[in-house]
Design a binder for this molecule. Structure first.
Ligand code: NAD
Ligand code: AHE
Ligand code: ZN
Ligand code: ZN
Length: 374
């Protein structure tokens, strides 16, 4: 049977800085190469708040935010072969087409096949599938998981083991994969290495899991909110630093603590000053710092070039360097095998109607991840 336009509950961001508004929107059927997904659960990531705040140069309104979801295929468009109705899927803001220059390079997970239209809030054919009373609503990061039903390109879906609870593995759609992947794929932290992780939100705590799995000898965590340290310790962090306790640059504190600096550092906040600290707390000659946090429009990083001349390396990581379609299902299997837990991250669960409360909890530093159940 051909799919029809359906009504869907959605939290719409009508304008920058405004609370999301619960609406019944129209969701068109999936077009050629597209899939319509019934969302089961979605996490709320700091990047959703970042875009709503107006700091994202690609922010475009009205839109439906959300990019950390888990759902079930409701209908498929013409030519779709890799998923079928009923499959359990995780939406991917970093798709994997397998045929673009980036995919073929083997050097990056940053598939660019649909990046231009995705950045404009549109499907690959340049149009949107969402509307309300005839007004078009834009997609967000190609995912828009704050809607009961959403449409994605086939290449933006990872098919995962249906045995995995979507209410938990939705977190692998962004935060947990990003943190773990940055440590294991991007930095390739080795056994015995020393690590500093700045920011103990969902991303930083997942980086702690990655560092623990990599058997790092020392995992130093830095946050201005000490309530985050308990879970960090449970996940394997060994040293806990609140920069507010010191009257000197935090990189100096870490360099002294580690006989010259750490082997690897990770910035999981989105603060360009902290990015500098993260680079400068790395060991001369070989220390590597990975930028994960997303900084606002117009912000720039700086350091003395001498920091790089003397062997420190500055790099970045998107979605933990993970190729969504070919590698994410394996993360789900590792979760199912008990290699890591996701429930620790879920401090709050709520309905879509309460999504603004989830943003408040994040801004107040009271949540790690809120998961919305549909
Ligand atoms: P979060 O808000 O849950 O956590 C941020 C943490 O940083 C909080 O614990 C906060 O107390 C701490 N913090 C804030 N300012 C600090 C400072 N000056 N010094 C030390 N700690 C400080 O956020 P999150 O969801 O974990 O996301 C973290 C960042 O990662 C955001 O910028 C987000 O946009 C970005 N992100 C990037 C990717 C990627 O692929 N690169 C993926 C997901 C999220
Ligand atoms: N749109 C912003 C950049 C936002 C950004 O850096 N996004 C990360 C993922 S954050 C997930 O929570 C990312 O993967 N970026 C790679 C990409 O291609 O978007 C801007 O500055 O324009
Ligand atoms: Zn995210
Ligand atoms: Zn590609």
């Amino acid at each position: 049977m051909t799919a029809q336009t359906i009504k869907s509950k959605a939290a719409v961001a009508w304008a920058v800085g405004e609370p999301l508004s619960m609406e019944i929107v129209d969701v068109m059927p999936p077009q050629k190469g597209e899939v319509r997904v019934k969302m089961i659960a979605t996490g709320v990531c700091h990047t959703d708040a970042f875009t709503l705040s107006g700091d994202d140069p690609e922010g475009i309104f009205p839109c439906i935010l959300g990019h950390e979801g888990g759902g079930i295929v409701e209908s498929i468009g013409e030519g779709v072969t890799s998923v079928q109705v009923g499959d359990h899927v995780i939406p991917l803001y970093t798709p994997e087409c397998g045929e673009c220059k980036f995919c073929k390079s083997g050097k990056t997970n940053l598939c660019q096949k649909i990046r231009a239209t995705q950045g404009k809030g549109l499907m690959p054919d340049g149009t949107t599938r969402f509307s309300k009373d005839g007004v078009d609503i834009f997609h967000y990061m190609g995912c828009s998981t704050f809607s009961e039903y959403t449409v994605l390109p086939e290449i933006s879906l990872a098919k995962v083991n249906p045995a995995a609870p979507l209410e938990e593995v939705c977190l692998l759609g962004c935060g947990v994969t990003t943190g773990m992947g940055a440590v294991m794929n991007t930095a390739k932290v080795e056994e015995g290495a020393t690590v500093a992780i700045f920011g103990m939100g969902g991303i930083g705590l997942s980086a702690v899991i990655g560092a623990t799995m990599a058997k790092a000898s020392r995992i130093i965590v830095i946050d201005i909110n000490e309530s985050k340290f308990e879970l960090a310790g449970k996940l394997g962090a060994t040293d806990f630093i609140n920069p507010k306790d010191y009257d000197k640059p935090i990189q100096d504190v870490i360099v002294e603590l580690t006989d010259g600096g750490v082997d690897y550092s990770f910035e999981c906040i989105g603060n360009v000053n902290v990015m500098r600290s993260a680079l400068e707390c790395c060991h001369k000659g070989w220390g590597e710092s990975v930028v994960i946090g997303v900084a606002g429009a117009g912000q720039e990083i700086s350091t003395r070039p001498f920091q790089l001349v003397t062997g420190r390396v500055w790099k970045g990581s998107a979605f933990g360097g993970v190729k969504g379609r070919s590698e994410l299902p394996e993360y789900v299997e590792r979760y199912l095998a008990g290699e890591f837990k996701l429930s620790d991250f879920i401090t709050h669960t709520m309905s879509l109607e309460q999504v603004n409360d989830a943003f408040d909890l994040m801004h107040e530093g009271k949540s790690i991840r809120t998961v919305i159940h549909f």
